[in-house]
Ligand binder design. Sequence first.
Ligand SMILES: NC(=O)c1ccc[n+]([C@@H]2O[C@H](COP(=O)([O-])OP(=O)(O)OC[C@H]3O[C@@H](n4cnc5c(N)ncnc54)[C@H](OP(=O)(O)O)[C@@H]3O)[C@@H](O)[C@H]2O)c1
Length: 336
Amino acid sequence: MAKIGIAGGSGYGGMELVQILLGHPRAELIWISSEQHAGRKVGQVYPHLQGLMELNFSPLEELSSVDLDVLFLALPHGQAMKIVPGLPEDLVVIDLSGDFRIADPEVFEKFYHFPLESPQQQQKFVYGLTELNREKIRGARRIANPGCFASATLLALHPLFEEGWIEGPVLVDTKTGSSGAGRFPGATTHHPWRANSLFPYKPFSHQHLPEITQALGNPDHPVIFQTYSAPFVRGIFASHYMQLNQEATAEDLARLYQDRYGSDFFIRWVPDCPNVNSVRHSNFVDIGAAAENGFLIVWSVLDNLQKGAAGQAVQNMNLMCDFPEEAGLESAPVLP
Ligand SMILES: NC(=O)c1ccc[n+]([C@@H]2O[C@H](COP(=O)([O-])OP(=O)(O)OC[C@H]3O[C@@H](n4cnc5c(N)ncnc54)[C@H](OP(=O)(O)O)[C@@H]3O)[C@@H](O)[C@H]2O)c1
């Protein structure tokens, strides 16, 4: 069994990791941190886990005295970059924040509004979207786990960019559930404000935009990226509008996506419009599309805490530790 630690274990990303790891056949969670809850049992803080685990939350400062095979960092942006330089080189580290996703320090600072602490650390990190980067991830020791919006958009657009089908700008309109904002309520993220509403935020300035253009391999291709807060708890629903440089039928689109992702267990082509209900509580990504008169719409949906965060992180761990890629992640989506 691999010995696993989670820094930031009391947050939504950390707790999703706990829930996945409880059912993982090859991994044992032995350390989990929380500053607020240090010394308390995980099942006391999260009653749904009562009787399922005996572990106590520890303060983050204890990290250096624990012997781990894999460390997940599920901390707010800006925290992982303080910790990583002091970690052993051979430890597998998977960071869920944006700290190591952007290669260019100036671009990082423009979108995150603080500087990178040690830009040389960036080069050690591999961008952890498995379906785009599988072989690099397998050989890596440091993973920058992708953002939830970025994952949905990259999986939808990558086959089209690879084949060179797109003419002109891509318009991305993408909606997230409330758990995307984490555990702590803010003025625009707490329930009364957003439960019955839909509103845009961060026009032209969301931090996932540079991650997307960087991973598409063409930072100059115009991508107009708009995020919305939506009135559901889990899920990303991403719509992508563009013009094609050729005619494409429904059969052409099905062939493109099935050829690209045919052997990727977690990516499913759906002949109709996808629905967040079909991927909730799972690591699946459903992609569908429609084309007419040279115009194309592609939709992708995923669960922000699974394929958008903890599920993707465990998929990366599985590759890096030579476990079956789907280990711990095979459970079906949950309905209703
Ligand atoms: N939520 C999502 O859907 C999602 C998706 C993809 C990526 N992410 C990324 O994953 C990371 C975690 O997100 P989250 O949604 O889990 O956030 P969260 O619910 O706010 O949890 C943050 C965790 O970090 C700890 N923490 C907060 N400030 C800290 C500090 N200064 N030093 C040490 N620990 C601190 C908190 O625990 P204590 O206060 O108990 O110490 C808590 O466990 C973020 O970088 C986020 O951008 C989140």
